[in-house]
Ligand binder design. Structure first.
Ligand SMILES: Cc1cc2nc3c(=O)[nH]c(=O)nc-3n(C[C@H](O)[C@H](O)[C@H](O)COP(=O)(O)OP(=O)(O)OC[C@H]3O[C@@H](n4cnc5c(N)ncnc54)[C@H](O)[C@@H]3O)c2cc1C
Length: 464
């Protein structure tokens, strides 16, 4: 406890008195596991608070206002941008124990959850009622709904179903000082208030702490079918998607795996066993369709004919377990990349779909020039590429230069520098590359309304 000044330690002890010792972690070893997220940053917090109910969140937010201590809300800590970390002067409020599904209204098709519910667990729960929450980040088996809302998480299903922003009906948010704000009406439509809910989606913990989330859900599709195709030309899948859409074939999901990612994937034993990969394969394309039994029965021959006409090698999975084991390959991609370099700069950029091929060509040019592996995989359906630069310490400066060239190219192509992970700590210095000074000024004013003392995650999103 040496690092804590006496005064600070006393006020933290006070918090232990209010919440109970087991909910306020102060020991170095306990703090260590909250010093990381999925970025490469390490930041040890002053303390970690583990509330179990909203009243405790209210107490903590009163306390931070009184003592002017910064706070970072946190779910599972899978943020790739450092947005789930507190710096040495701040505390972490980890919502993972507030993980109850509070109410399902089957008739309205609305579910009310606490923020710590895991995305995949909500999906399993809803399945019992033949209902479905579509947003499916690759981290869905371990990321929380609160974190998904605060980052505006997306996933392969973005093309047909949209992302988190399309499902959040209303929020309960605790503000610094402990006030509780309820956004939205919770009815399926309503225009009485200014619509505040979207302001919190993608707010990266900078505006308030969600304690309840109202989500719209859909009927569970009766049937899914997954096509996984193998391409000897890397850009071919991007062209293929455009042709499918022109023919009126709209996949529920479409995921692109590029040639540099394949170099990492083929080193995984399970992938080698499942996929007939050869040295000619330069890209993979996952395309899933869903609908009623009848719709899928009608669609499958059309899709098969489409691939056949183009002479593309493809495998088809119709059983749930087969489909899931193929998707699992896609989900293991991010962690598998470690073999390409010990350090990583990970971006999640979006370009209009019509520019995806141009963008990929630029990436390969930069890869050749810099001699750094650059992976460029992701949610092709909404033009969202995960561009990761892999490198060793001595190439750090080159990697930064290449990254900046990539971000500039994205903006030149009318894209955005983050589609779903947010700016966090690692990317906030680039905010003025994309936004005008007026937009940034308005964002700062909005932040001041909800958080006048700049106590909520002050290290992320907005520039100093
Ligand atoms: C292997 C891997 C794959 C991934 N794939 C995807 C993907 O396909 N799509 C995608 O969008 N992302 C993806 N991500 C990124 C990450 O999983 C998402 O950003 C996710 O939404 C974060 O959820 P979390 O519970 O881990 O939140 P955390 O990482 O703990 O927090 C993320 C942000 O949310 C804020 N926050 C958390 N809870 C609350 C709350 N209750 N109130 C207010 N703010 C809160 C935090 O302050 C922080 O700013 C991936 C990450 C990994 C490691």
């Amino acid at each position: 406890m040496k690092f804590l000044k006496k005064g600070k330690f006393k006020i933290l002890e006070k918090l232990q008195e209010i919440l109970g010792k087991e909910k306020v972690l102060l020991e170095e070893e306990e703090l260590l596991s909250y010093s990381y997220d999925a970025s490469s940053l390490i930041r040890k917090p002053l303390a970690v608070i583990l509330p179990e109910k909203k009243e405790e969140v209210v107490e903590v937010l009163k306390w931070i206002k009184k003592h002017q201590i910064p706070l970072t809300p946190r779910g599972s800590g899978t943020s790739t941008t450092g947005s789930a970390l507190a710096h040495s002067a701040g505390i972490i409020l980890c919502l993972s124990k507030m993980n109850r599904i509070l109410e399902l209204d089957e008739e309205e098709r609305v579910v009310r959850v606490e923020p710590g519910v895991i995305n995949g667990e909500l999906k399993s729960y809803l399945k019992k009622f033949r209902l479905f929450y579509p947003p499916d980040p690759a981290s869905m088996n371990f990321s929380t709904i609160g974190g998904n809302v605060a980052t505006g998480a997306g996933g392969p299903r973005g093309l047909k179903y949209g992302t988190t922003k399309d499902y959040v009906l209303a929020l309960e948010v605790v503000l610094p000082g402990g006030e509780i704000l309820k956004t939205g009406p919770t009815t399926l439509k309503g225009v009485v208030p200014y619509n505040l809910t979207p302001i919190f989606i993608g707010s990266e913990g900078t505006l308030g702490v969600f304690t309840e989330i109202f989500l719209k859900v859909l009927p569970l599709p009766e049937k899914r079918v997954l096509f996984l195709s193998f391409h000897s030309l890397e850009e071919e899948p991007l062209e293929l998607l455009s042709q499918m859409l022109k023919r009126g074939l709209t996949p529920a999901s479409s995921e692109f795996v590029d040639k540099t990612s394949l170099k990492a994937l083929v080193q995984i034993q399970k992938v080698k066993e499942l996929l007939p990969l050869d040295s000619l394969t330069k890209a993979l394309f996952f395309v899933e369709f869903d609908g009623t039994h009848l719709e899928i029965k009608d669609l499958v021959p059309k899709i098969e004919r489409f691939y056949f006409e183009k002479g593309i090698r493809v495998i088809k999975a119709e059983k749930e377990e087969e489909i899931e084991s193929l998707w699992e390959i896609r989900r293991t991609l991010a962690p598998a990349l470690k073999v390409l370099g010990s350090l990583k700069i990970a971006d999640d950029v979006v370009v209009p779909r019509k520019f995806m091929k141009v963008f990929l060509t630029e990436i390969r040019k930069l890869e050749k020039e810099s001699k750094l592996p650059i992976v460029c995989f992701g949610h092709a359906g909404d033009g969202n590429f995960h561009v990761n630069l892999l490198f060793e310490e001595e190439k750090k400066e080159i990697a930064k230069e290449v990254r900046e060239k990539i971000l500039k190219k994205v903006l030149e192509l009318s894209g955005t520098i983050s589609g779903e992970h947010g700016l966090g700590y690692t990317k906030r210095t680039y905010i003025n590359w994309e936004l005008s000074s007026l937009q940034i000024e308005i964002m700062k004013k909005i932040k001041k309304i909800f958080d006048p003392d700049n106590l909520l995650n002050p290290w992320v999103k907005l520039p100093d």
